[in-house]
Ligand binder design. Structure first.
Ligand SMILES: Nc1ncnc2c1ncn2[C@@H]1O[C@H](COP(=O)(O)OP(=O)(O)O)[C@@H](O)[C@H]1O
Ligand SMILES: O=C(CO)[C@H](O)[C@H](O)COP(=O)(O)O
Length: 578
């Protein structure tokens, strides 16, 4: 399905005839969890002229493979041709929506969720596209929120501390089960045949870029954060073989063939658009294709938030917190710090919450009674909007609840995807909108834990900037300002990642000398759009103190009940043959 979605803030109704003769354009493509969005942007000023969204036919594959066959709990796969389809459908639709001559598009760039990683042959053919491997779950793309590699991540972390390995501190002391090595070790141990057939274990960001330009590249962002590349080196073969003897060759599957270019800086040119990709997209063959990037990191320049201390929270299904720093520091529980991971020449820090909008969706879809859904339908608003409106009418703390935002595990600062959600304080009088509000608050408290961890480690957070789909909920934005006691700046675009990709594409096309210069011309920010209310902030301080108590009690080993419950759940599924 292709939907033209005009950008509320910057869409122009200009047609090609109205543009100045010298105007040129770039296309940014943002690959999200459920869909890919293309955005056509004017190079000179970042005006967003046309956009289109294509939903992946197979969505998130978490129960049954396309060719049949049930998946165990915690799996999340995708189908790679769904990504090509975004190029075939959303890009031409966005260009048509913009009303411009496609010949005036000078570059294209993509960003992707990460670590979203797939096994391919040396020519880039995904293993799941081979007839004989279609029924093998490990042949498919493992989506970022595939959380079945936690035991493998636990072993990697334990061994990294035991030896000790120098890189582990760059990841806050723990790598996540979402990342390349944990998922790779799971592949080796659960399907060694597929592991042996895997010639490339490649991030989808690099794979789709390869599909566009025919040249295989590795971008600095995914290689650093998800591929444990630090100071030019990956974990050693000795470390890998100590994990499992057959894992010693894993780095060969990550890196390019000897003699090829190494890691590409963000904003650099990967190659020219191939004839095939030109036919898919309707763009000119040979135009600049930018190296891949990650949906979160690519957004910082789009929000003009690339100075050290400007933390950008990209809030959607999940939240990623990205921030540049002038110096290298070790922040406990951060996702990572990578040289040039956001902007070349600066240390890029990342932290995150694996479930945010996903948790609100779980409650809205799975836990609201029929009458709430009926009322929302009657009024022509979403269940989210109705619950938010009802929740907003209450003073802080009136629901008497505290929730922990771990329904999709904890990515920072505990780094444990086998934790789960908690709601404390329920009574027979508790209403759905009260639980919904407690979940909104839990995610804000989770963000405050992350900000505090940075500040306590000597990495100041000077400005908090929000981007992403959750900007649409202004009550939630005010709540974040109150809970964090900080003014909230907001990106001036509803398509932050796609705009960020377009900015990088403009640099790859040579229109700007570097990403900071392009960001000044094409990025958009509204400063201090929400300011904290002192009275509410004080009331939230009391709730935050309770959140911290529960956080440490359930998350730091005082009570392992959440892990025990998970083990009981899995055993029951096993017994049932699920
Ligand atoms: N009014 C709302 N308030 C809070 N959350 C919402 C609202 N409407 C949608 N959501 C949540 O927003 C998330 C989608 O965010 P979006 O940024 O569009 O997606 P993605 O992160 O995949 O790019 C969903 O998880 C959904 O539950
Ligand atoms: O971990 C990531 C970046 O490092 C993922 O890309 C992200 O969490 C998925 O993002 P979204 O909420 O937009 O689907």
């Amino acid at each position: 399905m292709v939907v033209n979605a005009h950008n509320e803030l910057h869409h122009s109704s200009d047609t090609d005839d109205d543009h100045a003769a010298g105007d040129s354009f770039v296309v940014g493509v943002d690959y999200g969890t459920l869909s890919g969005r293309a955005l056509v942007v004017r190079v000179s000023d970042g005006a967003e002229l046309g956009t289109a969204v294509h939903e992946y036919e197979h969505g998130v594959i978490d129960h049954v493979l396309p060719g049949g066959g049930a998946l165990p709990p915690d799996w999340a796969l995708q189908y790679p041709d769904d990504y090509r389809e975004v190029l075939r459908r959303a890009v031409p639709a966005a260009v048509a929506d913009a009303g411009i001559d496609p010949a005036r598009v000078v570059g294209i760039g993509v960003d992707f969720t990460a670590c979203t990683v797939l096994p391919t042959l040396a020519d880039g053919t995904p293993l799941c596209e081979l007839d004989e491997l279609r029924d093998r779950p490990h042949a498919y793309v493992k989506l970022w929120k595939h959380h079945a590699a936690q035991p493998h991540a636990d072993r990697i972390n334990a061994l990294a501390h035991k030896r000790p390995e120098p890189w582990i501190a760059r990841y806050g002391g723990k790598i996540s089960s979402e990342w390349e090595y944990a998922k790779g070790l799971q592949l080796l141990e659960e399907d060694p045949q597929i592991y042996a057939r895997t010639e490339r274990w490649i991030e989808a960001a690099d794979w789709i870029t390869w599909q566009l330009c025919g040249a295989e590249t590795r971008n600095a962002c995914t290689a650093g954060y998800k591929g444990i590349l630090q100071d030019g080196a990956r974990p050693t073969a000795a470390f890998l073989s100590a994990l499992a003897p057959d894992f010693a060759d894993f780095n060969d599957k990550l890196d390019l063939a000897p003699g090829s270019p190494g890691i590409s800086p963000l904003g650099s040119r990967a190659g020219g658009l191939t004839a095939q990709a030109a036919a898919w997209t309707g763009l000119r063959e040979g135009i600049a294709v930018c190296v891949g990037n990650v949906d979160a990191h690519v957004t910082a320049p789009a929000a003009q938030a690339i100075e050290p201390g400007q933390m950008v929270a990209i809030m959607g299904t999940s939240t990623c917190h990205v921030m540049n720093g002038g110096q290298l520091a070790e922040v406990p529980g951060m996702c990572g710090v990578v040289d040039g991971g956001i902007i070349e020449g600066l240390w890029g820090y990342e932290a995150g919450q694996s479930g945010v909008g996903d948790i609100f969706a779980w409650f809205a879809e799975q836990s609201t009674p029929g009458q709430v859904r009926d009322e929302a339908e009657r009024r022509g608003i979403s269940v989210h909007e109705l619950l938010t409106e009802q929740a907003a009418a209450q003073p802080v703390g009136a629901h008497g609840l505290i929730a922990l935002d771990w329904h999709s595990g904890n990515r920072s600062v505990l780094v444990d995807h086998h934790l789960s959600g908690v709601i404390a304080g329920l009574t027979l009088g508790t209403k759905p909108h009260e639980v919904y509000r407690a979940l909104l608050e839990a995610t804000a408290f989770g963000t405050r834990v992350i900000i505090d961890a940075f500040e306590e480690s000597g990495v100041p957070v000077n400005e908090f900037v929000v981007a992403g789909g959750l900007l649409r909920n202004s009550f939630l934005m005010q709540l974040y300002a109150d809970v964090t006691r900080r003014p909230l700046s907001i990106i001036g675009s509803s398509q932050g990642p796609a705009l960020g990709s377009a900015i990088h594409a403009a640099v790859a096309a040579g229109a700007y000398p570097d990403v900071p210069t392009a960001a000044r011309a094409m990025g958009k920010i509204q400063r201090a759009a929400y300011t904290p209310d002192p009275k509410r902030a004080s009331a939230y301080d009391a709730l935050y103190a309770e959140y911290l108590r529960l956080h440490d009690y359930f998350g730091r080993g005082a009570n392992e009940v959440l892990h025990r419950l998970r083990a009981i759940r899995l055993a029951a599924h096993d017994e049932n043959g699920d």
